[in-house]
Write a protein that binds this ligand. Structure first.
Ligand code: ADP
Length: 256
């Protein structure tokens, strides 16, 4: 699969992004970026704003302030959301997202789930959509389940279908929101293996995760959030072995 080559310039970026739900300020001036080919993990205590950050980048939440940019073009703007609507539409299918609860369409087969958006949105003919979907199902180890109903699959299998479904849109960026949190340990492993393989192929990824082994081994950069802010950011090994802030030390101590 052809991925963007690493260039160092951010593929997606937030500038002073803030988000309020009523009186609750959930993100405060968050500025961060993900360059092509990077695998960035976002970790932090529950309620620190990780999911909201990811959903804002996926254009599923409108910012209260600040901006989201893709390739340097503003796609979400807290001040003037209307002005960037067209730019947002243009990049929507460049961003694939995988949710904690797989959200597969229950009334469609596995194959149906994977071919739906490419046919409707990318305008592929059925034969080509099926051929691409079969290759993706093979990639996530589920070729033999193509005709199964999602309800008959394990959670890990459903999540791998959800990954194949997101990849079918040929996104340039994959966002994973606690993709393994709803799964039993042995099922987590099969999903994490698929995510690692994608990362190794060069897919640009941003993953909110509680899997510290994945964060340490598979990520190229780690972002630690607390209280709606980025508190630390850097190489995973440096963070885990020598966190520089008290908040990060407290977070890591609680994990042990
Ligand atoms: P995390 O992913 O780090 O656990 P979230 O981004 O899910 O954090 O949530 C941060 C805060 O935002 C929490 O206090 C949560 O209750 C609040 N929040 C998230 N989504 C909404 C929403 N749609 N409406 C109101 N409050 C929300």
């Amino acid at each position: 699969m052809p991925f963007d080559q690493p260039t160092g310039a951010p593929l997606i970026e937030t500038k002073a992004l803030s988000k309020r739900f009523g009186d609750n300020t959930v993100l405060r001036d968050v500025s961060m970026g993900v360059a092509s080919g990077e695998v960035v993990c976002v970790i932090g205590p529950s309620g620190s704003g990780k999911t909201t950050l990811l959903r804002s980048m996926a254009l599923l939440e409108a910012p209260s302030g600040g901006q989201v940019l893709m390739d340097g073009t503003v796609i979400a703007d807290g001040e003037n959301g209307r002005a960037v609507r067209k730019a947002a539409r243009a990049v929507r299918s460049d961003i694939g997202m995988v949710f904690q609860h797989f959200n597969l369409w229950p009334h469609m087969s596995v194959l149906g789930n994977v071919i739906e958006a490419p046919m409707r949105v990318r305008g592929l003919g059925r034969d080509q959509a099926v051929a691409e979907a079969e290759a993706l199902l093979e990639k996530v180890g589920l070729a033999e389940k193509r005709d199964a109903s999602p309800g008959r699959l394990s959670g890990g299998q459903q999540q791998r279908v959800a990954i194949a479904r997101a990849l079918a849109m040929k996104p340039r960026l994959m966002l994973f929101d606690e993709a393994t949190s709803a799964l039993d340990p042995e099922l987590k492993a099969e999903v994490l293996a698929v995510m690692r393989a994608l990362a190794e192929e060069g897919m640009t990824m941003l993953a909110v995760t509680h899997e510290m082994n994945f964060a340490r081994r598979a990520c190229t950069r780690l972002v630690f959030m607390d209280g709606g802010e980025i508190v630390e950011e850097g190489a995973p090994a440096a963070f885990f072995d020598a966190p520089t802030t008290e908040r990060a030390r407290r977070f890591l101590a609680r994990l042990e």
